[in-house]
Ligand binder design. Structure first.
Ligand SMILES: [Mg+2]
Length: 350
């Protein structure tokens, strides 16, 4: 019997797993399915060995690590007895990410003091950052539920950075949910963008904090989507569950039913489909690598669907469930691990 992963294993697994899925998807993000097959063969890209260029993560992981840093900043204040506004800490973190991309913010935006993460060269690379994140942060306005920014933006830029909200220990799911919703509103105004961020945060929370099985955690997440007031989101997730029941479908049928992942609801649905469509009985590493491959070989936003899929299974199995050869190949794996350690150490210190 494998030993159940510890909290630390799950945090490392979630962040590294997300980065691995992101990196595999980033290799094919700009390719449609036909071009992927031309370049990588009929099964598409399956592992880092297939990737000809560097195996590096994109803005999805950069922003996820900045989510961790914003949370850690708020928790460090709390550990010192000072109640800091978590959403403001996250906004400052995302503004520091914006600076790493060489993008000036409006003169009205605060200029937060640098932290350790800001010195990491691997995070300063420009990896096709999303337009809504850039424009919202450049504006210098802090988007909130009461004063939304980018009203029409329902891109996947919120779900791709929201797994860490589910990693905060000793809090109920409602807290993970609220943190994810408020952080999504910093850059995206469309309700689907914030509700999907909460769906992923609640899913990760159910695994890491409540010890739920994958199927239980997905059911918890689907129930959360049911409270969003967005029938299209619930319908999409129901379709994802149906498609996964029969062991999955072709990539063509998957995108015809679930979309391409460029919007928050589609990316969420593809990840839910991918983690369930692959049989888990072949073991953690096999489940992880097959699900991530399923999540990235399609016409759409491959790095984001890969990142969400990888973060869910990484949280489930812990870091020991990830294919070691993948992690060994990953550029910046040490920085991802360092941020995981920082989150674990900070949340254990309070
Ligand atoms: Mg990306």
């Amino acid at each position: 019997m494998p030993v159940a992963p510890t909290f630390s294993d799950r945090v490392h697994g979630c962040l590294l797993g997300g980065a691995l899925g992101d990196a595999l998807g980033y290799a094919v993000e700009e390719l449609d399915l036909r071009s992927i097959r031309t370049a990588y063969g009929p099964s598409g890209v399956r592992s880092p060995e297939d990737v000809r260029e560097s195996f590096g993560f994109s803005d999805d992981t950069q922003l996820t690590l900045y989510t961790v840093d914003g949370l850690v900043d708020a928790i460090q204040w709390a550990n010192d007895g000072v109640a800091a506004d978590e959403t403001a800490c996250l906004w400052l973190a995302y503004l520091r990410w914006l600076a790493t991309q060489g993008e000036p913010a409006s003169s009205s935006a605060p200029a937060p003091p640098p932290r350790w993460i800001d010195t990491q060269e691997v995070l300063r690379r420009r990896r096709r950052p999303g337009a809504a994140c850039l424009s919202a942060l450049r504006s210098g306005d802090m988007g909130t539920l009461a004063r939304p920014i980018n009203l029409e933006a329902k891109g996947s830029g919120t779900v791709m950075r929201s797994a860490p909200f589910g990693l905060v220990p000793h809090v109920p799911a409602e807290v993970a949910d609220r943190l994810a919703v408020n952080a999504a509103a910093l850059t995206h105004g469309h309700p689907a963008a914030r509700h999907c961020a909460a769906v992923i945060a609640v899913l990760i929370h159910a695994i890491v904090n409540d010890g739920q099985s994958l199927r239980e955690a997905v059911a918890t997440a689907v129930a959360r989507a049911g409270t969003s007031g967005l029938p299209d989101l619930s319908k999409l997730l129901d379709t994802a569950l149906e498609l996964a029941t029969d062991g999955g479908v072709s990539p063509e049928l998957m995108t015809a039913a679930l979309g391409t992942g460029w919007t928050a609801d589609e990316a969420t649905a593809i990840a839910v489909y991918a983690v369930l469509a692959v049989p888990a009985d072949a073991g953690a590493e096999q489940h992880f690598s097959s699900a991530v491959a399923l999540a990235v070989n399609h016409d759409g936003d491959s790095d984001t669907t890969g990142a969400i899929t990888g973060s869910i299974l990484g949280a489930l199995y812990g870091v020991q469930g990830l294919p070691a050869a993948w992690t060994a190949d990953l550029e910046g794996a040490d920085v991802v691990s360092a941020m995981a350690r920082l989150l674990v150490d900070t949340t254990s210190a309070g």
